[in-house]
Write a protein that binds this ligand. Structure first.
Ligand SMILES: Cc1cc2nc3c(=O)[nH]c(=O)nc-3n(C[C@H](O)[C@H](O)[C@H](O)COP(=O)(O)OP(=O)(O)OC[C@H]3O[C@@H](n4cnc5c(N)ncnc54)[C@H](O)[C@@H]3O)c2cc1C
Length: 466
């Protein structure tokens, strides 16, 4: 029987990064993956393919609408959807092969099959060639998450799709109804709107992007509406009738009342994700889960059973690839006796729509609830030279800083390239920067991040360009 220091179950961003870091630290490591390719949700059906389609569809829209005003004439715009899907698949392929290469490079052994914890220190892998048992000192569960489903809306991945079906449609739906105004619904809704769909987003709450800063939600809703997306807030989908050519979606006020029927060609269910632990054998070894099915861990990512750890989407916390990666590194270092740590106060969150929406740290509402007194510095991209030159003036940077210490507590950016710009804020916050530290840091001109500096100046009411 093969014996390891560590077996990681699941090869998503949490699992594969954990395995590589553990191997770097000298451990003998194996990874068990039930899918045909490594990389998990993120590389196969999540972050990477959705961003490839967002990138391609954004350029398609620009070619149709904004190239001409820059003097670029492209003739009649034509969409080749199979080619765009092939572009997306190529991006996925390059990434999943990259993980396989990194496993080989770091001498991480891999087993394709479903992993089940047969006992502490024992993982049974059932693959195409039957079952085998591996022995290990420690186990890290990194089995990720699955699509959350809605009663009365059965997903067939053809007409009623999850994000997985929505990144692989074979034609542009005339009408797309998205259930859920969270990140995935808005990103994939944007892709299909740009390619020609009429998009309606139904959201149970009275706002889009729940959990993000209120002002960000309000302003971006207006921008998305201007682009042609229709929102039905405070509404819920009661069911979908799939009998005819068109799907008939029953939409009711969230508070109750008469339903209306909205017709659609495709319905995207994007109401969130749930932890995935099916077949893992958690009951056999007595690993505890919470009421929402998430594996319960302590501050060292260890479950209630010694030497069984869990990270990523399968435990509580924001379901984000970079957070899973950081937990993977932390747990590998903890296993090696180091002080592995994740700073949950500084986890950036990005929505890759146009404009992009990025945030790190606290929202205004969170600070108000906690009774923290703070100053706000805000700077619009309409006043940023580069944004004006590029004609990408939508959005703003908002910095929230402690009123007493001036320490930066939260940064929220709506604008072109916000996802790249938030890294500056994250580094500043990780180093405990004050808004004055950012304001006194020389920023290259002309760049969009100058708006971050100006927002920092605005905290002390001394922005220059507005
Ligand atoms: C459409 C979409 C877009 C997204 N975009 C972003 C984004 O832009 N940025 C971002 O940060 N996050 C994004 N996410 C979220 C991100 O994909 C997840 O947070 C991330 O993948 C979680 O990583 P993980 O390692 O915990 O789990 P996963 O990536 O889900 O990987 C888990 C792996 O475990 C395997 N597995 C499960 N059970 C077993 C078993 N018993 N035996 C063997 N293998 C098993 C699965 O097959 C899978 O490969 C997106 C998600 C979706 C759906």
């Amino acid at each position: 029987m093969a014996t390891y220091d560590l077996i990681v179950i699941g090869s998503g961003p949490g699992g594969y990064v954990c395995a590589i870091r553990a191997a770097q630290l000298g451990m003998k490591v194996a990874v068990v993956e039930k899918d045909k390719t490594f990389g998990g949700t993120c590389l196969n059906v999540g972050c990477i393919p959705s961003k490839a389609l967002l990138h391609a569809s954004e350029l398609y829209e620009e070619a149709g609408h904004t190239f001409a005003r820059m003097g670029i004439m492209v003739g009649k715009l034509k969409l080749d959807l199979p080619a765009m899907m092939a572009f997306k698949d190529q991006g996925v392929d390059g990434n999943v092969k990259g993980v396989a290469f990194l496993f080989r490079k770091n001498k991480v052994e891999t087993f394709l099959g479903t992993g089940r914890i047969a006992a502490p220190g024992r993982v049974e892998v059932t693959g195409a060639d039957g079952a085998q048992v591996l022995e290990t000192k420690a186990i890290v569960i990194a089995t990720g998450s699955d699509v959350a489903r809605l009663d009365g809306v059965p997903i067939d991945e053809k007409r009623i799709v999850s994000s997985t079906g929505a990144i692989a449609l074979d034609r542009v739906p005339e009408r797309l109804l998205v259930i859920g105004a969270g990140v995935i619904g808005l990103e994939l809704g944007s892709v299909w709107r740009r390619l020609g769909s009429q998009v309606t987003v139904v959201e149970f709450l009275d706002r889009i992007l729940p959990g993000m800063d209120n002002e960000v939600g309000k302003q971006t809703q207006r921008l998305f509406q201007r682009q042609g997306i229709t929102f039905k807030l405070s509404s819920k989908v009661a069911g979908v009738d799939a009998a005819g050519n068109k799907l008939k979606v029953a939409v009711e006020p969230a508070a109750g009342g008469a339903a209306e029927t909205i017709e659609a060609d495709v319905v995207l269910v994007a109401i969130g994700r749930v932890p995935y632990t099916a077949g893992l054998g958690l009951e056999t070894v007595g690993v505890k889960t919470d009421a929402r099915g998430r594996i319960v861990v302590n501050h060292n990512f260890e479950t209630n059973v010694s030497d069984i750890f869990a990270i990523g989407d399968v435990i509580a916390g924001p379901m984000l690839a970079h957070r899973a990666e950081d937990e993977g590194i932390a747990v590998a270092e903890i296993l090696e006796g180091q002080a592995g740590h994740v700073n949950y106060d500084v986890i950036p969150n990005v929505v890759y729509t146009y404009p992009e929406i990025a945030s790190v740290g606290k929202t205004e509402e969170e600070l108000q609830r906690a009774g923290v007194v703070y100053n706000t510095g805000k700077f619009p991209f309409t006043a940023n030279g580069r944004a004006k030159a590029n004609m990408t003036t939508e959005g703003f940077v908002k910095i929230l800083a402690d009123a007493v210490t001036d320490r930066v507590l939260g940064v929220h950016i709506v604008g072109a390239d916000a996802g790249n710009m938030i890294a500056e804020a994250a580094i500043a916050m990780e180093f405990g920067a004050s808004s004055e530290d950012i304001a006194r840091t020389c920023h290259a001109h002309p760049t969009l991040p100058e708006a971050v500096k100006e927002a920092a100046l605005a905290v002390a009411k001394r922005a220059i360009h507005i």
